[in-house]
Write a new protein. Structure first.
Length: 445
């Protein structure tokens, strides 16, 4: 029915090559009459695998960008809500009698909020809206230090086996990102073996392309030296169609309610942020191996990249803080707890009001604690203004979502200048104490 004027044009179909590989072909046929009355078919078969793959990757990238923006927005709203819930739950827990039904219910509420907070952090990692500073770390001791934590993720019928080289090299990645990456891979391997088995963790060095041929890494691996982290299992494995979708957000093969579908999505995002590469090898009934390559860096990079330290100093007897947040519930939690910790707290509902408070306050303001995403004046703009208006005022930025560029410059100079939401009240108070003990909390320059 697609034959028009004796021609069949643009039929796309998968074909099997002699080596067993599948290619996407485009077939064009034309009917030529011959004097004998027979029909002669003349045609071409074109391999269009590469352009089709490029088109699919472009569509996939656009879809991921849209989902990423949506996830970041959701995480922002939830992180503000969770900051308020965590603060109120902690307050309620301190007011009820330990051992009472109310204490048990409040503890359960707090635990649920903490788990929700971990989920929103995974959303931010996926959305690449989490501010984190890559730092050189020696891979072998850090991974070995995670053994006890990873063992707690496994039931008694699943064994954890280690094959870790003595010196796997130095890589550039935030320590908590490496922990998150390994925890997600080990959890996935565990869930693939409902009847028990062994999760194998391998860590070492390799050279590309000599030791990476035959592996479908994303993105492709340039030649050079790498550290690798691999996690394998002998579980149910995955077919080709499942492997194509494993990095899609919210995709999961587990029953409804058992997984958020963000495990491997989070791993992929963490690997990308570390400028690494990831490959998944799997087949039904044969298990799965996920292999991550991280570029090696020189150990001296740790000293070269370390920000200059500042000597700690004794904070004022009763420091004055200016707390700024456009979310009234979050601002109330922060002001109440910091006041109970003995701080003198000024507050403002946005950046414009904060400037008015700062101008009207005749005495020293020791620390500005400001949300980042606010109407009219962003927290980073307010911090820049405060740096000029009151050079002795320290800075602490807090946010549940951010465009990384507006904060990353501050974090690059001083990693502790930023506290991500959601946080518990004591986390906030402890960070405030550290900022005050350090003196100026702003960027240099």
């Amino acid at each position: 029915d697609r034959m028009e004027a004796g021609a069949l044009q643009g039929i796309d179909t998968p074909l099997l090559r002699k080596d067993g590989a599948t290619v996407h072909a485009r077939i064009n046929l034309r009917v030529l009459p011959v004097p004998s009355g027979a029909v002669l078919l003349v045609g071409t078969v074109e391999d269009v695998s590469v352009p089709l793959q490029a088109q699919e990757e472009s569509v996939h990238a656009q879809k991921m960008e849209a989902v990423s923006r949506f996830a970041a927005g959701v995480a922002h709203d939830y992180n503000n809500l969770l900051t308020s819930i965590l603060g109120e739950a902690r307050q309620l827990l301190s007011e009820v009698r330990e051992g009472s039904a109310a204490h048990a219910s409040t503890s359960a509420l707090l635990k649920a909020a903490q788990e929700a907070a971990r989920l929103t952090q995974r959303l931010l990692v996926f959305a690449r809206s989490e501010v984190a500073r890559n730092e050189p770390l020696e891979l072998t001791p850090v991974v070995r230090g995670l053994e006890e934590h990873l063992l707690r993720l496994l039931p008694e019928d699943v064994e954890l086996r280690w094959h870790v080289e003595e010196d796997a090299g130095t890589v550039s990645i935030p320590p908590r990102h490496l922990e998150n990456l390994l925890a997600n891979l080990v959890t996935n391997a565990r869930d693939a073996m409902p009847a028990g088995g062994a999760v194998v963790v391998e860590v070492g060095r390799c050279e590309a392309p000599e030791e990476t041929d035959g592996m479908d890494f994303h993105p492709p691996v340039p030649p050079g030296g790498y550290a690798f982290v691999a996690v394998g299992d002998r579980g149910v494995g995955m077919n080709r169609e499942t492997r194509r979708r494993i990095f899609d957000p919210f995709f999961t093969t587990k029953p409804a309610g058992q997984a958020a579908g963000l495990g491997l999505t989070t791993v992929h995002a963490l690997v990308s942020r570390a400028r690494g590469h990831i490959a998944v090898m799997s087949a039904p009934a044969y298990g799965t191996v996920v292999r991550v390559l991280l570029p090696l860096c020189h150990p001296d990079d740790a000293r070269r990249r370390a920000p200059p330290g500042r000597a700690e100093q004794a904070p004022p007897a009763r420091p004055t803080l200016l707390v700024v947040d456009d979310d009234a519930a979050v601002r109330h939690v922060m002001v109440r707890y910091l006041s109970r910790c003995g701080f003198h707290v000024l507050e403002a509902h946005d950046g414009v009001a904060a400037k008015e408070v700062a101008r009207a306050h005749p005495e020293r303001i020791d620390l500005l604690v400001t949300d980042v995403m606010m109407p009219r004046v962003r927290g980073t703009e307010l911090a820049d203004w405060m740096r000029e208006a009151r050079p002795d005022t320290g800075i602490l930025l807090v946010s549940g979502y951010l465009d990384s560029e507006s904060v990353q410059a501050w974090v690059d100079q001083d990693p502790e200048v930023f506290l991500p939401k959601p946080f518990e009240p004591e986390e906030l108070a402890e960070r405030v104490r550290r900022r005050l003990a350090r003196g100026r909390g702003r960027r240099d320059g």
